[in-house]
Design a protein around this ligand. Structure first.
Ligand code: ATP
Length: 454
């Protein structure tokens, strides 16, 4: 059987070139021959060869190998990982050693023994394959160890909403059901996704996060499915895709609401068939993955507007978890604050830190537009900056951070309160005019003012 390799032979003697072609075609899938080394650049830029067989001498009577070195350096400058086998005029060990030092994979002596030539090129091809495999394994390992380090982080919070979320996570973690997590930015969607992974039987395998909205349409397939060397101009080596990387583990598709409609069908096909084909390959590979998705976008509205495929949504939302914004569960705030106070106290080697009751109340009253992420940063800053034992409201900079956010809040009651205050100001305190402007009866206006303490 032929090896799936693409070989380039550069040799100025046309007879030798022709016989190399005949021999190599029997063992390798694709053999390209070229007599003029000046064409090397073009060939390398437009192809991806697994191995290049390069003659060292081109000028008549020349045996110094100088030209060969020049071309070898040029090839390696274009692609340092390229496997190059050199052809020397006679067994000149010094020349061969020098070539290997420069980065050649091996050398053969002319006139060559066909069997030896094929064996040398096969070894170079296998070497290039194992280099790619090592790279893939290193990437996979990196993800596994990163995921392992993150195992330590707990989902803090004991509000009713968080208790329900924890109960759902415990119930579904060890199934392979797809999970859709919804919530504003910073509410902890990724944290919950990781917690599902760590509580599942997949926890010794990778947790692969993909920000699907951030991948351009042109790169989507190669990023997600991988490619083989030569699949397109820039595909200089085999590359593993995210789905394959997650094999055995969990793939976390973040910002799923931002995925262009044109790519949604591709994703749906993978989720239905649980198979991928690397770009440029025809080998179908089964993938065993758990899929968890998250978004802060109103997915169901996007379906109504035809911006998100309904069939994809129903494939993703077997289990749905909604994480409420932090402002709707202020009872979680003290526990989260204490957790991060302790965390940052250790990180920044601070003395024991306490927090005043008044400061905690102020933190609970705040709007937290950025949710737990924002609270976490406010606590981190307070720990770094404080030079006393007990943190007070002033240490947290909540005014700047949160009252400003509240001004731009979309909370209906707050908008109503703000509108009433502004209408009163505009009408110089004239209640009749204010009520008319707001389209309210005067009694209703007074009732609302009382409700908002105006
Ligand atoms: N319940 C929680 N307990 C402890 N830390 C939390 C909690 N929720 C969120 N965090 C922390 O807040 C930060 C933001 O969380 P995460 O990245 O999971 O949010 P997200 O909803 O995925 O955000 P985005 O939508 O912006 O990607 C992280 O550092 C996370 O550890």
């Amino acid at each position: 059987m032929k090896l799936p390799a693409k070989i380039l032979v550069i040799e100025d003697d046309l007879d030798v070139l022709q016989s190399a072609r005949i021999v190599l075609k029997q063992h390798f899938q694709e053999v390209v021959t070229e007599s003029n080394p000046e064409h090397l650049n073009y060939l390398i830029i437009h192809n991806n060869f697994h191995v290049i067989l390069l003659d060292m001498n081109y000028a008549p009577g020349e045996t110094s190998g100088k030209e060969g070195f020049k071309w070898l350096k040029q090839i390696l400058a274009l692609n340092p990982a390229q496997e190059v086998v050199l052809v020397t005029a006679y067994a000149d060990v010094k020349l061969a050693v020098e070539a290997m030092k420069l980065g050649a994979a091996d050398f053969v002596v002319k006139p060559w023994d066909n069997e030896k030539l094929v064996a040398t090129l096969m070894a170079a091809f296998r070497h290039s394959q194992s280099k790619d495999e090592i790279k893939e394994l290193k990437t996979k390992n990196k993800f596994i160890s990163e995921a392992y380090v993150e195992t330590q982080q707990p989902v803090v919070g004991n509000s009713r909403a968080m208790q329900e979320i924890t109960a759902t996570v415990n119930k579904i973690a060890d199934t392979d059901a797809n999970v859709l997590i919804l919530g504003e930015n910073g509410t902890g969607k990724e944290l919950v996704a990781k917690s599902i992974h760590h509580k599942s039987h997949r926890n010794n395998e990778p947790f692969i996060k993909v920000d699907v909205g951030a991948i351009s349409a042109s790169l989507f397939e190669s990023e997600m499915f991988g490619h083989v060397k030569g699949a397109f101009t820039d595909a200089r080596e085999d590359r593993i895709g995210r789905f394959e990387l997650a094999h055995g583990g969990t793939v976390f598709l973040d910002e799923i609401g931002n995925i262009p409609i044109s790519l949604q069908s591709k994703l749906l096909t993978v989720l239905q068939n649980r198979e991928i084909v690397r770009l440029g390959s025809n080998k179908v590979q089964a993938i065993d993955i758990r899929v968890v998705c998250a978004t802060n976008m109103p997915l169901y509205d996007l379906v109504v507007k035809n911006q998100f495929r309904e069939d994809l949504l129903y494939r993703l939302n077997t289990i749905e978890i909604r994480i409420p914004p932090l402002r709707e569960r202020p009872e979680d705030i003290p526990e989260i604050v204490r957790y991060y106070l302790n965390f940052f106290k250790n990180k920044y080697r601070k003395e024991v830190l306490e927090i005043s009751e008044q400061a905690m109340k102020a933190l609970q009253r705040s709007y937290w537009k950025g949710n737990v992420r924002e609270l976490q940063h406010v606590v981190e800053r307070a720990v770094i900056m404080c030079d006393h034992q007990k943190l007070t409201e002033a240490d947290f900079l909540i005014q700047r951070n949160n009252y400003a956010s509240a001004d731009t809040s979309f909370n209906l009651e707050e908008i109503e309160k703000r509108t009433i205050v502004e209408a009163i100001k505009k009408n110089g305190g004239n209640m009749k005019k204010t009520a008319t402007e707001l389209g309210l009866g005067r009694t209703t206006l007074y009732r609302k003012m009382k409700k908002y303490g105006l």
